[in-house]
Design a protein around this ligand. Sequence first.
Ligand code: FAD
Length: 467
Amino acid sequence: MNQYDVAVIGSGPGGYVAAIRCAQLGMKTAIIEKYDTLGGTCLNVGCIPSKALLDSSHHYEDAIKHFEEHGIDIPGEVKVNLKQMIARKQDVVDQNTKGIEFLMNKNKIEVYHGLGSFKDATHINIDKDGKTETIEAKNIIIATGSKPSTLPFIELDKERIITSTEALKLKEVPKHMIVIGGGVIGLELGQVYKRLGAEVTVVEFMDRIIPGMDGALSKELMKVLKKQKVKFNLSHKVKSVERKGDEVIVKADDKKGEEVTLKGDYCLVSVGRRPYTDGLNAEAAGVKLDDKGRVEVNDHLQTSVSNIYAIGDVVKGAMLAHKAEEEGTMVAEILAGQKPHINYNLIPGVVYTWPEVAAVGKTEEELKEAGVDYKVGQFSMRALGRARASMDLDGFVKIIADKKTDEVLGVHMIGARCADLIAEGVTAMEFRASAEDIARMSHAHPTYAEAVKEAALAATADRALHA
Ligand code: FAD
């Protein structure tokens, strides 16, 4: 029987990063993945393919809406070739998953393909094509991720009533896509198909989209998406989704309890994700799950069994690839006897719509509720020379700082390239910068990053220069 210092179950961004860090630290490491390709949700049916389609559809939208103004004439009609778009996306996915294979080889990590299930706390059965192989490991890291969840009354047929996984490989552009759930995944994929020509209607239970992010971001994003002709039904409780031939009928109750009927040809159900432990046989090892089906862990990501750890989407916290990666690194370093630490307050959240939305730290709502005395500096993208040059005028940067100490407590932004810009907020907050610190740093001109400096200036005695 093959023996390891560490076995990782699941090869998503949590699992593969944990495996690499374990190997770097000198541990004999194995990774087990039930699918044929490595990389988990993120690389196969999540972050990477969704961004590939967002990029392609963005190019198309630019071509039909903005090229003329830029002085670029295209003789003939610009058309969507969805088959090629999906093929390019798959190519991007393949390059990335092969890259993980390369990294596993490079770090001498043994890869097992098959369903991993606990035999006991130090043995894992790996089932593939009716054969079972058992390996032994001193320590085990559960990184089995998550799957799309649904509502109990919705029957996903995966053809027209679909999850994000199917939305990444449609064979036609929907005429009318009804998106249930106004969160990150629904809005990103909704925008892809909107740009490609679909009518898109978002139905959201809450009274705002991207709940959890700062209210100012929700408002601005909704305003911009409405300009892009995305339709919204907020405060609507979906009660049935039915398919009749090629038609999908969604019924919901509005705020007043009145029934609203929406008809489309596709319905994307994006109401969140559930932790995935199916087939893991966690109980054989004595690993406890919590009431939400997540693997229960302490602050060191250790489960109820001392040599078994869990990370990523399958444990509490934000379901994000970079959070999973940090946790993978943390567990590997704990196993090596180090004392790593994750500041969960500084895990940024990003929505890759255009304009992009990004945030780190506390929202204004959270600070209000906690009774913290704060001040806000906000600066509009449209006042930037860079934004005018690219015609990406929507959005703003909002910096919230402690009223007394000026320490930055939250950075919230919407606009072009905010997904990358948020790194400045994370760095500043990691070093416990004050708004004045950011305000006094030189930011290259002309860049979108100047909005960060200007918002910091606005937060320190209202002294933005270009407002
Ligand atoms: P996963 O990536 O889910 O990987 C778990 C792996 O474990 C899977 O490969 C699974 O097959 C395997 N597995 C499960 N059980 C077993 C078993 N018993 N034996 C063997 N293998 C098993 N996050 C971001 O940060 N940025 C984004 O832009 C972003 N975009 C997204 C877009 C979409 C459409 C979706 C669906 C998600 C997106 N996410 C994004 C979320 C991100 O994909 C997840 O947070 C991330 O993949 C979690 O990583 P993980 O390692 O915990 O699990």
